[in-house]
Design a protein around this ligand. Structure first.
Ligand SMILES: [Fe+2]
Length: 183
């Protein structure tokens, strides 16, 4: 069994790699302007993920990795984004390594303190324990990044569905802006 990560494109290949896709239909409720999202082509691809997980989610004993290919675009004035999550095991941290494209990594503590880090080719980002994370593509090309996390991490998407992040990445006067969002 072998897995190959193409360092130039981020493409993960191998029998153990699983790919998933998320369309705009699968991002219902995640954008500020839900009416704008609902008016768009629901089959339009927002992102796809190629994941290599040597152990099942939640089970100890491995490091997992995945490449995310996040398409460029906006819903209303908000850039395309990944859903984002907290880790169920709050001790687990994560690394993001950007392959290509430009965007922002959005980070948030449990107390909703929210900040961002700029992503560009070669940038490496550490997601501290207990910190929710999502990515927004602020460029014109796909934003490609590789994530690494321990297999026992577990993923909590529900808290983000209920409360969102403390800020949104919006295009204002043609430029990315980080706009605080009420709870
Ligand atoms: Fe994560």
């Amino acid at each position: 069994m072998s897995v190959r990560l193409d360092p130039l494109t981020g493409v993960l290949q191998g029998a153990a790699v699983k790919e998933s896709r998320r369309t705009l239909a699968g991002l219902t409720g995640y954008f500020r302007d839900e009416a704008a999202r609902a008016a768009m082509d629901q089959d339009r691809l927002a992102y796809r993920v190629q994941a290599y997980e040597p152990k099942p989610e939640g089970e100890r004993g491995a490091v997992c990795c995945a490449t995310t290919f996040l398409e460029p675009g906006t819903v209303g004035d908000e850039y395309f984004l990944t859903r984002g999550h907290f880790h169920v095991n709050e001790d687990c941290s994560e690394l993001e390594v950007t392959v290509s494209g430009t965007g922002l990594l959005v980070l948030m503590t449990a107390a909703r303190r929210t900040w961002t880090e700029p992503m560009r080719a070669g940038s490496v980002h550490h997601v501290p324990p207990g910190t929710a994370h999502r990515v927004a593509n602020t460029g014109d090309a796909p934003l490609v990044f590789v994530s690494y996390w321990p297999s026992e991490t577990g993923h909590d998407y529900g808290t983000i569905v209920e409360r969102g992040f403390g800020a949104r990445v919006r295009r204002i006067d043609g430029q990315p802006a980080i706009v605080p969002e009420p709870d």
